[in-house]
Design a protein around this ligand. Structure first.
Ligand SMILES: *Cc1c(COP(=O)(O)O)cnc(C)c1O
Length: 446
């Protein structure tokens, strides 16, 4: 049998609510054409994010009941710690309520004004937390062309990293990060060889290397598929090797840990860990719960085991690729090849008549909602301003949530919008906040 099926069946369902095109037009106006400001009940397929939107398994729900709600030293914490140490090998495992809480603590301690933090591509909260410290977040991705089908398009540009260290000085670089998979760069994987090269450079200059490890399991699966040395390794062995090359990581459990909330900050540096735990206690909570309930720690621990099951990863990556191939082979330009957790439509290329400053990605996001009640998110000039490399629309796929017919509906809707793309118009910003403007900005059609 060639068909790759969802390796689970559905035990609990949540109804979806239809809306009419007229209702959606009114809702769009009320939301200032910012899909973050819509109510989730007014959306049919919600592809805004794969973060915290996973369906939990029966084992995870059972683990919630096992959760031990002691303030200090709960069994839940020790179960999580054991799982994470087995996976990553890091000495210090610090829970936090989300990935960005871990980032804020890490950068508050390591970054001074003027410092520079390179990454293959910074995620928006990572960049914002670095800039908030007065430091500079530098993206060093390889190949900028969205159409080239490289196997490891998420890689960090090694030569650019060497040049940056040369020109800025290692002392001004408190750490180097690699984001796996490269979310802002199209959900593209990073090869083990690339991580090892960055490790070598980091060691040579005495700079710590951190993984932004949100999608470590999806990255491990791509390595298994595409880096021949690892084809006989289990996803878990590959993940262990990835972590062994780093000095620490930040992690959002809302992605590959199938948890609805949670994050981690891990390090091998004893002194740093003490400072981090002090700051954690100040703003998040005691180091054995970090702003989470014990039950959340247990759900994370179980999720981290489940996500490495080969049947799951095979289905996950195949399902995303199915969506990507079906729209791309009918003429919709996507970031090639399809990534792990999302498909990114190259809205700049699809809508060449809309200039960057009129936000082609936003225009496409609005149109997909108007046409088919699908929510997606712009990843371009709205999100990154001047730093945007491309004008993309991300369709993020929640884990274990939507079925094949949902994906087919999505394909149909995108192809219909593509048919009449020449009629789409641009937007201008009416109001915007100082940081992370995409969450709250409002727009009007040009
Ligand atoms: C989601 C994400 C984060 C932030 O995690 P939150 O749990 O949303 O705070 C950081 N980096 C990457 C690559 C992400 O995808």
């Amino acid at each position: 049998m060639k068909t790759i099926i969802e390796p689970f069946r559905i035990k609990s369902v949540e109804p979806l609510r239809r809306t009419t095109p007229e209702e959606r037009e009114r809702l769009l106006e009320q939301a200032g054409y910012n899909l973050f400001l819509l109510r989730a009940r007014d959306i049919l397929l919600d592809l805004l994010t794969d973060s915290g939107t996973s369906a939990m398994s029966t084992e995870q729900w059972a683990a919630l009941m096992r959760g031990d709600e002691s303030y200090a030293g709960s069994d839940s914490f020790y179960r999580l710690k054991e799982t994470v140490q087995d996976l990553t090998g890091f000495r210090h495992i610090i829970p936090a309520h989300q990935g960005r809480a871990a980032e804020r603590i890490l950068f508050a301690i390591t970054c001074h004004p003027g410092a520079i933090v390179p990454n293959n591509s910074h995620f928006d909260t990572t960049r914002a937390n670095i800039e908030y410290r007065g430091a500079k977040a530098v993206d060093l991705p390889i190949a900028a062309d969205t159409q080239s089908r490289l196997p490891f398009k998420g890689n960090l540009d090694i030569e650019a990293l060497e040049r940056l260290i040369e020109s800025e000085g290692a002392l001004n670089i408190p750490l180097i990060m690699i984001t796996v998979t490269n979310n802002s760069g199209g959900g593209q994987p990073v090869s083990m060889a690339n991580i090892a090269q960055v490790r070598e450079i980091a060691s040579r200059h005495g700079i710590p290397l951190y993984l932004d490890a949100c999608r470590f399991a999806e990255n491990a699966w791509f390595i298994k598929q595409r880096e021949s040395e690892y084809k006989d390794w289990t996803p878990k062995q590959i993940a262990q090797k990835m972590f062994s090359l780093a000095d620490g990581c930040t992690f959002s459990a809302k992605k590959d840990a199938f948890a609805n909330i949670g994050g981690l900050l891990c390090t091998n540096d004893d002194r740093l860990a003490e400072q981090e735990k002090d700051l954690l206690t100040l703003t998040e909570g005691f180091p054995t719960y970090g702003g989470l309930a014990g039950r959340d720690l247990d759900a994370m621990a179980v999720g981290l085991e489940e996500v490495l099951q080969p049947d799951y990863l095979e289905y996950r990556i195949a399902s995303t690729a199915y969506l990507g191939r079906h729209i791309a082979d009918h003429g919709v330009p996507i970031v090639e090849p399809p990534g792990g957790h999302a498909i990114y439509i190259d809205a700049g290329r699809m809508l060449p008549h809309i200039p960057r400053h009129q936000f082609p990605g936003q225009s496409l996001a609005v149109e997909l909602y108007r046409h088919a009640s699908i929510r997606s998110v712009e990843i371009g000039s709205v999100m990154f301003g001047e730093n945007a490399r491309h004008e993309l629309l991300r369709l993020a796929i929640p884990r274990r949530v939507y079925t094949q017919s949902h994906i087919d509906y999505l394909v149909e809707a995108i192809l219909e919008v593509n048919e009449r793309r020449d009629g789409l118009r641009g937007f201008e910003i009416v109001s915007e906040p100082k940081y992370l403007r995409h969450f709250k900005a409002t727009f009007r059609p040009v």
